[in-house]
Ligand binder design. Structure first.
Ligand SMILES: Cc1cc2nc3c(=O)[nH]c(=O)nc-3n(C[C@H](O)[C@H](O)[C@H](O)COP(=O)(O)OP(=O)(O)OC[C@H]3O[C@@H](n4cnc5c(N)ncnc54)[C@H](O)[C@@H]3O)c2cc1C
Length: 417
């Protein structure tokens, strides 16, 4: 254990937009603030790697703001356990750090949801955000034939990014219906995002966009070679090098659940000051529900101010949050999964890829617990982070408990209690 265990007025978990906004507000109020993130750089899913070269005005503003105050960044450190209220342990590549806090802000973000279908475990079938991250770290994509499929606005961001990197984006298959997408278009205007939407449309004007369309099978011997798509009763095959596929996002809840925070409708339950049901623990950003960048930022600001005791200042941001929350409700209605997608997995389709558990092995059980005990579904290295959201959609099961460590850690890290 790092002998220099330290105490902070505010400890923020997650250096994405919500965590940075919370940390900036709390540090600005003169508090001792630390931000822990399991990645080597700050910025979360959207701004990671942009610390020295922000790609948007918003990123630049926020990255400058956090540089203007005194915040300790603990990078490459993953919180995996609470030893007692007010103390958590984080594992780094070298050792374990004990972190003590008066107030904790959970800004743990979200991850992609994957749905199993025949061939989804073939090499080069990837999460949409996953493929984007690989390309950002050097995977050559120029000239490669890419299909982007699933649901949610992340698909658009990924398509625009891959296109800009020279990928041959063949088409985008979005499962949402045209009616839902039209309503979403109106909501974008209401939320003040019409300029953003127009810019995205311009960037993607050469890409074929099919609504009410989804992948039903990926084919290939050693890696992906082609894909069968379905739309309005028709199936057809497309030859491609990569499939970037994700079905919207799901909040990262494990740490909140470990601390005993109430979770409702798949998100951390918070009050008007972003306080959770556990005293001195706040939550902000996509851990509290999927709502996009602006909602994450404003929730982070409110949590940071509230943790610093600045409730009046926090209240001045409630109207801005409400506007983004309205947008978030429409976002989640638009990209809700259609029931037909439950039919994608066939008996032999692997659902838990860590433990090679098939759909047929799972469907004879009546709960997540029973399936886990009999098949080891969700007990591999990802601890249900991939298959958990899929089995929830397929069977309606949710994990009943979270136990430490919430991430796989070294045995010696477990001994540091
Ligand atoms: C894979 C992916 C890619 C995305 N790409 C885009 C994009 O290109 N454009 C776009 O507009 N939106 C994108 N989004 C959506 C975007 O992330 C959200 O709209 C919003 O920015 C979320 O901010 P956040 O601060 O809540 O979370 P995040 O940005 O997700 O930040 C949370 C951070 O907390 C860290 N963390 C979680 N648990 C722990 C722990 N126990 N210990 C230490 N660290 C921890 C995570 O590693 C992460 O860095 C993406 C989302 C995902 C899941």
């Amino acid at each position: 254990m790092d002998s220099a265990s330290t105490a902070y007025d505010v400890l923020v978990v997650g250096a994405g937009p919500a965590g940075l906004a919370a940390a900036w507000r709390a540090a600005n109020a003169g508090l001792r603030v630390a931000v822990v993130d399991d990645n080597p750089s700050s910025g979360g899913q959207i701004w990671r790697g942009e610390e020295n070269k922000p790609t948007s005005r918003e990123a630049q503003t926020w990255l400058e703001r956090i540089r203007s105050v005194n915040i300790r960044f603990i990078r490459g450190a993953r919180i995996f356990q609470q030893t007692q209220p007010g103390t958590v342990l984080a594992e780094t590549a070298r050792d374990v750090v004990e972190l003590n806090y008066t107030n904790l802000i959970l800004a743990t973000g979200a991850r992609e949801r994957f749905l199993p279908f025949p061939g989804w475990t073939l090499p080069n079938v990837m999460g949409a955000g996953g493929l984007q991250a690989l390309v950002k770290t050097g995977l050559p994509i120029e000239g490669k034939k890419v299909v982007i499929a699933g649901t949610g606005p992340l698909l658009l961001a990924v398509a625009a990014y891959l296109l800009a990197q020279g990928a041959n984006v063949l088409l985008m298959a979005e499962q949402a219906s045209s009616l839902k997408l039209a309503k979403f278009g109106l909501a974008l205007i209401g939320a003040g995002k019409s300029a953003q939407a127009f810019e995205m449309k311009q960037r993607l004007k050469t890409v074929r966009y099919l609504n009410g369309c989804w992948p039903v099978a990926a084919h290939g011997n050693e890696k992906l070679e082609s894909l069968t798509l379905y739309r309005a009763g028709k199936r057809w095959q497309v030859a491609c090098d990569y499939l970037a596929c994700g079905f919207h996002l799901v909040p990262n809840l494990e740490l909140a659940e470990l601390l005993g925070c109430k979770v409702q409708n798949g998100a951390v339950s918070v009050g008007q000051f972003q306080q959770t049901t556990v005293p001195h623990v706040y939550a902000a950003g996509e851990a509290t529900g999927i709502g996009g960048l602006e909602l994450s930022l404003v929730e982070g600001e409110i949590a940071g101010l509230a943790a610093a005791g600045k409730r009046n200042a926090a209240q001045t941001l409630f109207a801005a949050r409400e506007k983004q929350q309205r947008f978030s409700r429409i976002l989640n209605e638009t990209f809700a999964l259609r029931p037909e997608l439950r039919g994608l997995a066939k008996d032999e389709t692997i659902v838990c890829r860590c433990e090679d558990v098939t759909f047929a092995q799972l469907r004879t059980h009546d709960s997540w617990r029973a399936a886990k005990l009999q098949t080891r579904c969700g007990m591999g290295p990802c601890q249900g982070r991939v298959c958990g959201a899929a089995v929830e959609f397929l069977f309606g099961w949710r994990a009943e408990s979270v136990r430490p460590p919430i991430f796989p850690v070294k045995v010696e890290s477990l001994l540091c209690k």
